[in-house]
Write a new protein. Structure first.
Length: 303
């Protein structure tokens, strides 16, 4: 049975808006862990400052790319967690601007740089103007977060959601099969290899429950399954039969998400895309063959 983890709000009045960020960051995340390890080790010199600033810039750009995906978020609750993290990022960015201003001030105090008086209106801006702007930008960002963070995060967290969210890999397989049955013209069959209740999601080793889905189309038999922590589609015609009667597949189509509990429609769309691409490739090949025969006939009308 599919569940909808986003159907009820996860934030209560006692939990601050940044609670969603803190909860998500505490989950296993190699990228977050690496940064936290660096912080614990200590950052006291220019190399650390430059590396962390560059890392933050790259991370911010990566978030933009991640959110641009059509399946970047499944539910308003996913959006609430991302919003919580982005508002925290804004706070840290505002604080970093102030620390940059103070760090430049310490360079000046050591006599290793000259800080000129702000030029004022009507004159070209100088370093003094720039440092004053950092203070103003920091105040503006903090004010924005104070006004909008809680309202935004809580509204998204409380929004109703009807997204089908599988609880484990088996539910994902079954849900994808149901969608393919509705959206694909050929036969679709769920192949179940375990009794109900026998599958333990915590010990599947990245191979799911072992069940798969057979899809017929293009005079081909496709198989949708999970293995090596990925969702894949294989074609029966690509299989190589071994001496012991088993079949191996060196060729497979890896789908766009590896998430065990991915949105079923995302995976169904990927499967249908593979089938449609094969159909188009076959049609293009047939058109090319007919065109070649037509050219040959024109060149040798009596051949």
């Amino acid at each position: 049975m599919l569940i909808n983890q986003g159907s009820a709000a996860r934030l209560d009045d006692a939990t601050p808006w940044n609670g969603l960020y803190e909860r998500a960051a505490e989950k296993q995340n190699d990228l977050v862990s690496e940064v936290r390890t660096a912080v614990e080790y200590g950052m006291d010199d220019p190399v650390d400052s430059v590396e962390m600033a560059c890392t933050a810039a790259e991370t911010a750009g990566a978030v933009v790319q991640a959110l641009s995906s059509p399946w970047a978020l499944y539910t308003p609750q996913d959006a609430a967690t991302v919003a919580s993290a982005l508002f925290v990022q804004l706070q840290h960015s505002a604080d970093a601007l102030l620390e940059l201003r103070r760090a430049v001030g310490r360079i000046v105090e050591r006599g290793e740089a000259d800080l000129v008086t702000p030029a004022g209106g009507g004159k070209p801006a100088n370093l003094g103007d720039a440092l004053e702007t950092l203070q103003s930008l920091s105040d503006t960002i903090h004010g924005l977060v104070a006004r909008h963070a809680s309202t935004t995060v809580r509204a998204l967290d409380a929004a109703p959601s009807s997204a089908p969210v599988p609880a484990d890999a088996h539910q994902t397989v079954v849900a994808v099969a149901a969608l393919l049955t509705e959206q694909h013209e050929g036969d679709v069959t769920v192949n179940t290899y375990h009794e109900e209740g026998d599958y333990d999601p915590e010990t599947d080793g990245g191979f799911g429950c072992g069940c798969d889905v057979t899809i017929l189309g293009n005079d081909e038999e496709y198989n949708f399954h999970r293995g090596d922590s990925e969702w894949s589609v294989t074609r029966d015609s690509d299989g190589q039969e071994l001496a012991d009667g088993s079949t191996i597949f060196d060729t497979r189509e890896t789908l766009s998400t590896s998430l065990k509990t991915a949105h079923p429609q995302q995976l169904a769309d990927d499967v249908l895309y593979v089938i449609a691409t094969d159909r188009q490739t076959a049609a293009d090949a047939a058109d090319g063959l007919w065109a070649e025969r037509a050219r040959a006939t024109r060149q040798h009308p009596n051949g």
